[in-house]
Structures are given as structure tokens and as C-alpha cells.
Design a protein around this ligand. Structure first.
Ligand code: SF4
Length: 432
């Protein structure tokens, strides 16, 4: 099944940006599909559901069974690597943030707009591509066909907004034909050298909170892991060799299992360590407070604009208790007791960005933030003083500047011992 916008045959893809519970989200989608089919607006085979990641699939499978919604699962990287899905993802990114220039360039070159490289350069010569698109009718040098497509795209983007953002799509069984590239003009050979557009604002306009935290710890590590996507070997554990348990799942998988269990999901492959860590939280005084809280949100996804960068993340848990707003982040790190509190503080920038997001959402600054180190059963408070929140904001600014200048210095410290690049790409070990 392929997805492409079209003005002629309209279907709608609704994008749920935030739900308080994965099960509720899945139920909403299942009900909507059933309504569409019952009303004759669509067939089951004409509906596609895009989920954030494979971890988000189980509630959908469960609810689709319950609602008798037949489905075929296309999972794994290949689905997301399909050109149509990549194009659609870029489209959604531009809807969320019109100044995401890389995604906008991808949309302009995709069949959604299908403009030529020359048009792309001419738009960029006017500054940011979004500005070029906004002023496309004033650009006399543009190919008339491209200008028409640009006007359509601009109006389609303007027609969206807020939580009702919708994308008109056509669902077909086979990938649609890509429009043939237009042949160069035969009538009149012309060669024109276009001035190189001034480059500015060359930074990723969408960044995960965890990337900001990684950058804070060491800009070079961020560069290798997140900017270049250099493969990381299994990270060096924090415990001495004799205290390590190498038999369980790796840290990322264990973290997923524990977070899913604590979000109330059924985790069929949960290992004994994950079950034990989740049970430890559930029998804690903090869990009792959560049970009495007036409002509780788990696995809370958010988008937050900071310094013209869209930050995205997921808050493990936040709740309102006695008029106070408390946010909590669980960690499954295996760390010696003596180093636990200091280690927890390395996550402070992450929680401070969460606090900024919650403040934007609720209109008030959270009162407390806690890192819960599950293996040590230790709750470590994180400072939410205004100056600390400002330094989290400044970290985003520094990250943005580092990307613009491509400057990612090494920052050595105790964290190097668990860095995947310590013995390889990073020069830190050689100079230590
Ligand atoms: S070894 Fe240390 S300095 Fe080098 S990339 Fe890793 S964390 Fe940064």
C-alpha cells in the first residue's frame, strides 16, 4: 500500500500528536476506521496506520482484534525506507515545523511537488526555502509549471494547522508511477550559472531531548552517534567486571521492557530483571503517591520549540499531587551505589527540558523532578531553579551553533569509560 496526496481522490490521514495512553490512541484509531468503513467512505484495504515505532504496535494489534479490524503488518525498516513513506514523513515534518528546511527540500523534490533542481536553487537564493516558497509568485525566473506546483504546495501547507491538521492522500495497492523527469528544453539551449545560495541555519530543526543531553555530556559523542549515526558497539557497562550480569537483554532492550511494563502494557517477552525492576517501582512510596494523584500521565510524548529547534521527547511519568506538579524519569542503569547520585545528575538537562515542555503545556513550572534509579531503588531530585532551566535552553542554543559551525569538540570525563567510541574513533584515549 502506498500513500500519496492528491487533490482528486481524497482520503484523510489524521496524525495524533499526543495521547495520554497507547490503548486509548489505538481505540480511537480502530473506531475511526470502523466508522469510515461503516459509512462507506473507505474500505479496510484503503487505510494505513503509521506508528511511531515497533513498540507502539502491541496495543494496535490487541485493539484491532477486539474491534474486528483486519490488518497486515508491514514492520521493520523496509517500510520506512520506502520512498513514499519517506516523502510522507517529510511532509508531516513540514506540517509540524514549516522551517524544517531539509524536510521541505525533500517535499519539493518528491512527487508531492516535483519541482526541478533549478527551481530549488532559485528558491534558496531568496533565503530560507520557506521564504522562497512563500514568495514563489514573485520569482519571475521560475518555470511556470514549477511555479504552479509551488503555489499548490504553499496553499496545501497553509490549509493545515493545529490539531486538526490533515493530509489528503490516495491509497492504492501498487506504488504510483513517479512523474517522468521533464526533458531539457530542445528549442533553445541555454546555460546559466546560478549564484551559489548563501547558506545559513544549517542545523537539524528537530532534535530528541536525549540528543541534547548527549551533546551536553560530550559534543563529539553526540556528533558520532546522532549526527553521523556511527554504529555504537554495546556500551561499556558502569559496573566492575566481577559485578556485571551479561546474561540478560542489553541496556536498550531492558529499558524498553521496563518502561512498557510501567506504562501498563502487556510485555510478553519481559525478562525477570525487567519484571523485578518494574515491581520495585510499583511497591515504592512514589508509586503510592502516584496512585493517590489527581492527574497522572505516563509515556507522555511532546514537541517543544526552543531556540527555533523543535525538541521532541517522552516523559516517563508526571502527576499532580496536593497542588504540586511532579515529573519522574526511570533509569535502569547499572551503576555502583557510591556513584549513583552523581550519575543521576548527568540526566538533569534532560529533565529540565521536560520541565520546560510541561510548563508550556500546563502553564506552570513543575515543582519537582526526580530521577528514579530502579536498580538502586534511589530517587534523586533534580534542580528546577529558573537558572537551571535557562541553562537547558542554552544547551539547545549551543547544540544549534555547533551544527551550524560543524564544531564538536571532545569533552573527556568519567563518562568516557562507558562511551562506545573510547577505544576507537575518539582520540581521547590516545591522548589520555
Ligand atoms: S570517549 Fe569521551 S571524549 Fe571521546 S567521544 Fe566518548 S565521551 Fe566524548
Amino acid at each position: 500500500m502506498s500513500l500519496y496526496p492528491t487533490a482528486a481522490t481524497a482520503r484523510h490521514l489524521w496524525v495524533a500528536l499526543r495521547w495520554s495512553s497507547p490503548a486509548l490512541e489505538a481505540q480511537w484509531v480502530a473506531r475511526r476506521i470502523r466508522d469510515l468503513v461503516a459509512g462507506g467512505a473507505a474500505d479496510f484495504s484503503e487505510v494505513a496506520v503509521l506508528v511511531r515505532n515497533v513498540q507502539a504496535l502491541p496495543p494496535f494489534e490487541e485493539v484491532f482484534h477486539a474491534f474486528d479490524v483486519p490488518y497486515v503488518l508491514a514492520r521493520g525498516k523496509r517500510f520506512y525506507e520506502a520512498q513514499q513513506i519517506a516523502d510522507m514523513t517529510h511532509w508531516l515534518r513540514v506540517l509540524v515545523n514549516a522551517r524544517d528546511e531539509i524536510s521541505l527540500a525533500a517535499v519539493l523534490r518528491s512527487p508531492l511537488a516535483g519541482v526541478s533542481d533549478e527551481t530549488l536553487v532559485r528558491l534558496k537564493q531568496r533565503g530560507h526555502l520557506a521564504e522562497g516558497l512563500a514568495q514563489c509568485e514573485e520569482c519571475a525566473e521560475l518555470d511556470p509549471g514549477d511555479r504552479k506546483r509551488l503555489v499548490w504546495l504553499r496553499e496545501a501547507l497553509r490549509g493545515s494547522g493545529g490539531e486538526d491538521a490533515s493530509v489528503r492522500i490516495r491509497c492504492v495497492r501498487e506504488p504510483p508511477e513517479r512523474p517522468a523527469r521533464r526533458a531539457p528544453a530542445l528549442v533553445e539551449e541555454r546555460e546559466e550559472r546560478l549564484a551559489r545560495p548563501a547558506l545559513s541555519g544549517q542545523y537539524g530543526s528537530s532534535v530528541a531531548v536525549t540528543s541534547v543531553a548527549l551533546f551536553q555530556e560530550c559534543p563529539r559523542q553526540y556528533f558520532l552517534a546522532r549526527y553521523l549515526g556511527w554504529p555504537q558497539a554495546r556500551l561499556a557497562p558502569l559496573l566492575p567486571e566481577e559485578e556485571r550480569d551479561e546474561t540478560g537483554p542489553d541496556a536498550a532492550e531492558l529499558g524498553r521492557q521496563v518502561h512498557d511494563l510501567l506504562a501498563g502494557l502487556e510485555v510478553r517477552d519481559a525478562g525477570p530483571v525487567a519484571v523485578e525492576l518494574a515491581a520495585r517501582f510499583q511497591s515504592s512510596d512514589l508509586a503510592e503517591r502516584v496512585a493517590r494523584a489527581a492527574r497522572v500521565e505516563r509515556e507522555f510524548d511532546f514537541l517543544l520549540e526552543v531556540e527555533e529547534v523543535v525538541i521532541h521527547g517522552r516523559i516517563d511519568l508526571w502527576f499532580e499531587e496536593g497542588g504540586e506538579l511532579v515529573l519522574v524519569d526511570y533509569k535502569t542503569d547499572d551503576v555502583p551505589a557510591a556513584e549513583a547520585a552523581a550519575h543521576a545528575q548527568s540526566y538533569a538537562p534532560q529533565l529540565q527540558l521536560y520541565a520546560l515542555a510541561l510548563e508550556r503545556l500546563t502553564g506552570r513550572q513543575p515543582d519537582r523532578a526526580l530521577i528514579y534509579l530502579l536498580r538502586r531503588d534511589l530517587q534523586v531530585p533534580v534542580s528546577l531553579r529558573r537558572e537551571d532551566l535557562e541553562s537547558a535552553r542554552a544547551a539547545v542554543r549551543t547544540l544549534r551553533r555547533a551544527q551550524e559551525e560543524l564544531h564538536f569538540p571532545v569533552r573527556t570525563g568519567a563518562h568516557c569509560t562507558r562511551c562506545a567510541y573510547y577505544a576507537g574513533l575518539c582520540p581521547a584515549r590516545a591522548t589520555a
